[in-house]
Design a protein around this ligand. Structure first.
Ligand code: ME8
Length: 511
């Protein structure tokens, strides 16, 4: 049976340019998508843009453009960001596409047919920046006696006719669902937050707006557009072919993982499964809500002028070091701080020194003293050979465990234990000295190192695809033998190796 894996990022609002926070989620999802492909899964990796609603309409007006031309422009920028971050997404969905309008209309009609929607009037607070409704009790004091959303966003009082989703009727069923699926929303801190929110009682949810036009019209009542979150969440089933259950992509539903930032956990882990179950569809299997990045100790904001365009970082540091840093620096789920100093230190110590030098030393000795071909495996391996080889061989299984928990930094730490063990091995075995005293042993040591490097480069390739592809080229690993299953088959001795080249140069600060 085919093993399938469906993973998504949030679809990003096109009200502003992509920044490092967006790149973060996209890279994390990309690492998992690539890892699952390496493990033999048929993967569907989705990202895209969220283009309707008041916030985007307002941004278009401020840019002096009609919303469609504006969203066309910004969506192209997000697509470009994903490509430049090395994202291997299989689809890029835009909520202004006809396929999505159709899927949303069908979803809406199903909810109507099942008695889950009724017409009423909404009276309450709304934050355009969050595109969210808030209860009086949720507001927090702002400056000068004003009140703000818990996120700090300004709120306005809204009173308009509105369609409602009978969320209140789902409270017990949602609590039962969370009890049956203890890993549905992770990390645990987010689960606890969500459970206490649901236990305090759910009100029906306003799911249409009648005071502006930029959205998907409500079927049968074009005076309303659908609430942007109902529209946005439905992207995950649109891309899987909904409502055409004969579409081959429908086999991917329910999604295995929605990766999101912590501020939108409630939408994904409460509203979304409730909408789906109410429409008679399966809920996603898991939602993981990661933490937030600050920049050099400060919250990213347009007014502080510290919003980082990930593409500027790439130009300066290269793609793979940035991907590595973002997933290594902070345990996934926690908040983190982006600092150039920390990035440069990790580049120079972990990438250039620990891994880059190990590869360079091993490969240049092979190039010089083994006729630039892969030596044979040791005939009688020593304890040191066996210890290192078996520790490296255990990596794929250990990493699978860590990555299933989205413990990216832990996974990288496991890999670096082997990198350090291999450095200790080369120092201790001193193949450069064996060249005179025991050339066959020198060749054996270098072969052990080449095999360990092959494992390291293979399991690191989801994190750093470009540089690990170069390392695998230098190790003589054919492109068809770069997945986890291929690691069981040793490369033939005598495989010719290209001249070694440094994969991770040191980063020198311009004077
Ligand atoms: O919320 N640190 O879109 P959005 C880490 N359209 N991640 C960050 C971040 C930061 N400082 N800033 C943003 C929306 N992100 C909706 C989603 S989904 C059906 C609709 C990432 O453009 C993080 O993944 O505001 C966060 O959840 C997402 O960008 C929010 O992007």
């Amino acid at each position: 049976m085919t093993k399938r894996y469906y993973i998504t990022t949030p679809i990003y609002y096109v009200n502003g340019a992509p920044h490092i926070g967006h790149a973060y989620t996209t890279i994390a999802a990309d690492v998992l998508a690539r890892w699952k492909r390496l493990a033999g899964y048929d993967v569907f990796f989705l990202t895209g843009t969220d283009e309707h609603g008041q916030k985007v309409e307002k941004a278009a007006a401020e840019a002096g453009l009609d919303p469609q031309s504006f969203t066309d422009r910004v969506a192209a920028d997000f697509r470009d960001m994903a490509a430049r971050m090395g994202a291997s997404n299989d689809d890029f969905i835009r909520t202004t596409e006809p396929r999505h309008r159709h899927a949303c209309s069908v979803l809406w009609q199903r909810l109507v047919e099942r008695g889950e929607i009724y017409l009423g009037e909404y009276q309450g607070w709304y934050a355009v920046r969050d595109e969210a409704f808030y209860n009086e009790s949720e507001l927090v004091p702002g400056p000068d006696g004003t009140r703000l959303a818990p996120s700090g966003a300004p709120v306005e009082w809204v009173r308009e006719p509105s369609y409602f989703f009978r969320l209140s009727a789902w409270q017990d069923r949602m609590l039962a669902f969370y009890a049956e699926n203890p890993d549905f929303i992770l990390p645990l801190s987010r689960r606890n937050e969500l459970l206490s929110f649901v236990r305090t009682g759910l009100s029906d949810l306003s799911i249409s707006r009648a005071s502006f036009r930029w959205g998907i019209p409500v079927p049968g009542d074009p005076a309303h557009v659908m609430y942007v979150w109902l529209d946005a969440l439905a992207n995950y089933i649109t891309a899987a072919g909904f409502p055409d259950e004969a579409d081959p992509r429908w086999a991917f539903w329910p999604a295995d993982l929605h990766l999101v930032g912590k501020e939108i956990a409630r939408f994904h882990a409460l509203y979304w499964p409730a909408f789906l179950m109410a429409a008679g569809l399966a809920p996603p299997k898991r939602v993981f809500a990661h933490g937030w990045w600050t920049v050099e100790g400060e919250k990213m904001s347009k007014s502080l002028g510290n919003v980082i365009d990930p593409r500027d970082l790439l130009a300066r540091f290269g793609l793979d070091p940035v991907r590595y840093f973002l997933l290594r620096e902070v345990p996934f789920g926690n908040d983190g701080d982006f600092s150039r100093r920390a990035l440069i230190t990790r580049m120079n110590v972990e990438l250039a020194n620990d891994l880059g030098n190990l590869a360079q030393r091993s490969l240049s000795l092979i190039a010089r003293h083994c006729a630039a071909t892969l030596p044979a495996l040791p005939k009688s391996p020593t304890d040191a050979d066996n210890t290192l080889l078996s520790a490296a061989a255990a990596l794929p299984r250990d990493l699978a465990g860590a990555l299933d928990r989205l413990a990216f930094s832990e996974a990288l730490d496991e890999i670096w234990k082997i990198v350090r063990a291999a450095n200790a091995y080369i120092d201790h075995q001193a193949p450069w000295a064996l060249r005179r005293t025991d050339p066959p042993r020198m060749a054996a040591v270098l072969r052990v190192l080449a095999d360990v490097l092959r494992i390291i480069a293979t399991v690191l390739s989801p994190f750093m695809p470009e540089s690990m592809a170069r390392m695998l080229d230098q190790l003589g690993v054919p492109p068809s033998a770069r997945d986890l299953a291929a690691l069981a088959v040793p490369l033939p001795a005598g495989t010719p190796l290209p001249p070694p080249q440094a994969v991770f140069p040191r980063f020198a600060e311009p004077a």
